[in-house]
Design a protein around this ligand. Structure first.
Ligand SMILES: [Cu+2]
Length: 345
C-alpha cells in the first residue's frame, strides 16, 4: 500500500513538473524567448536571496530549539575532550559556512544578468589557489591531528588499575564478562560456544582462569575508575555505542577491539543532575546489524566501588551454571561410562 502511494506521489510530481514546463514554454512563445528568459533570471536571482535569508533563519531557529538538548553533558573524562574537539570543529566550520554561503547567494543575486554589465574574464590566480588550498589543509591537519591523538589515547593502553570488561555482541544482544577474583579472563574458543550447555561465549572449561569469570547482561562500571572494554562479536559487525560517555567502537567477529574511558558520575548522580528519575546510561548498537538491531539497547550502571563489589560478588560464575553439582543419587557406573565415552572422543 505504502509503495503504491509513493509511486502515485512520484507520478503526480512528474505530471505537475511536466505541465509547468509546458506552460512556461507557451508563455515564452507568447512573450518572446529573450524577454521570458530575462524575467526567469530575475526571479531566480531573487529566489536565491530569499533562500539565503530563510536558510539562515532556519539555521538560527534549529540551533535555538535544540541547544543543549542533543547529548547533554559528557559523562566521562575523555568525553569532555571529545566535546571540546567537536565544539572547536563546529566553530571553525560555522565561520566558513557563514562566509561562503552569504557570499555565494549574495553574489548570485548581485551579479545577475544585466545589460549594463559585461562579465569580467578572470580565469586563474595562483596566489588565490594557494591560499584557499593551504589554509583549509592546515586547519584540517590540526583538527585531524587532535582527533588522532585522542583516538590513540582511547584505543591505546589503559591505566594499570583499569577495570576490564569483555563485551560481546550478537544478534541481538550484548553479553558482558568479568574476570572474577583472579583478574584474568579464561580462554575462549568459538567452537565451544553452546548456549544449550550454558556456555554462550565459548569459554574453555579446562582453563582454570575461566572458573570464576562472571557473565552478565548489564554493564556495571565504577565511577572515577578507568574501564577498559574488550569488544568482540559472535556473528556480524556490531558497534558498542555509549553516547553519554562519547564512546563508540566496532565489535568485529574474530578481531577484538578495545577502548577505555573514565566515567565521571554515577547513575544516581545523573538522576539528580538531569532531574529525570528514570535516567539510565545506555549502551546501544551503532551498526545496522539486522532486523532486531534496535533490541540491542542495554543498560549501563555506574556505581561506587563498594556497590560494584557487592554486585559482582552476588553473581554466580558461569562455570557453576555450566557444571551443576552432580546429583548425589546417581550411581557410580554412570560416571565411569561418561569417562569412557569422553576417552573415546
Ligand atoms: Cu548490533
Amino acid at each position: 500500500m505504502q509503495t503504491f502511494f509513493i509511486i502515485l506521489i512520484l507520478a503526480f510530481g512528474f505530471l505537475i513538473t511536466f505541465q509547468i514546463a509546458k506552460a512556461s514554454e507557451y508563455v515564452a512563445v507568447l512573450r518572446g524567448e529573450e524577454k521570458s528568459r530575462q524575467q526567469t533570471n530575475r526571479i531566480n536571482a531573487f529566489l536565491l536571496l530569499v533562500f539565503l535569508v530563510l536558510g539562515l533563519i532556519g539555521v538560527w531557529y534549529c540551533n535555538e530549539r535544540l541547544k543543549g538538548k542533543i547529548l547533554g553533558e559528557a559523562a566521562s573524562i575523555q568525553g569532555e575532550k571529545i566535546d571540546t574537539m567537536l565544539y572547536i570543529t563546529l566553530a571553525i566550520t560555522a565561520v566558513v559556512f557563514f562566509i561562503t554561503q552569504i557570499l555565494l547567494f549574495w553574489f548570485a543575486f548581485k551579479y545577475q544578468e544585466s545589460d549594463k554589465r559585461k562579465a569580467y574574464y578572470y580565469p586563474h590566480n595562483n596566489k588565490l589557489e594557494l591560499i584557499w588550498t593551504v589554509i583549509p589543509a592546515l586547519a584540517l591537519t590540526v583538527l585531524v591531528g587532535f582527533g588522532i591523538y585522542y583516538w590513540f589515547k582511547i584505543t591505546g593502553d589503559a591505566p594499570k588499575d583499569a577495570l576490564e570488561v569483555e563485551v560481546t555482541g550478537s544478534q541481538f544482544k550484548w553479553e558482558f564478562r568479568y574476570a572474577g577474583k583472579d583478574g584474568v579472563f579464561g580462554k575462549r574458543y568459538y567452537k565451544a560456544i553452546d548456549p544449550a550447555k550454558n556456555n554462550p561465549l565459548g569459554q574453555l572449561w579446562d582453563d582454570p582462569y575461566n572458573h570464576d569469570d562472571v557473565l552478565t547482561t548489564e554493564l556495571h562500571i565504577v565511577v572515577n575508575k578507568p574501564v577498559k572494554l574488550i569488544i568482540g562479536s559472535k556473528d556480524v559487525i556490531h558497534d558498542v555505542g555509549l553516547a553519554q560517555f562519547r564512546m563508540k567502537m566496532d565489535a568485529v567477529p574474530g578481531t577484538p577491539t578495545t577502548m577505555w574511558f573514565t566515567p565521571k558520575y554515577t547513575t544516581r548522580q545523573m538522576v539528580e543532575k538531569t532531574g529525570d528519575p528514570d535516567f539510565v546510561y545506555e549502551i546501544s548498537c551503532d551498526q545496522m546489524c539486522g532486523k532486531g538491531h534496535y533490541g540491542m539497547k542495554g543498560i549501563v550502571v555506574v556505581e561506587t566501588q563498594e556497590e560494584f563489589d557487592r554486585w559482582l560478588i552476588s553473581k554466580q560464575p558461569q562455570y557453576m551454571a555450566a557444571h551443576p553439582e552432580p546429583a548425589p543419587q546417581k550411581p557410580a557406573a554412570d560416571t565411569t561410562k561418561t569417562v569412557a565415552a569422553n576417552l573415546k572422543k
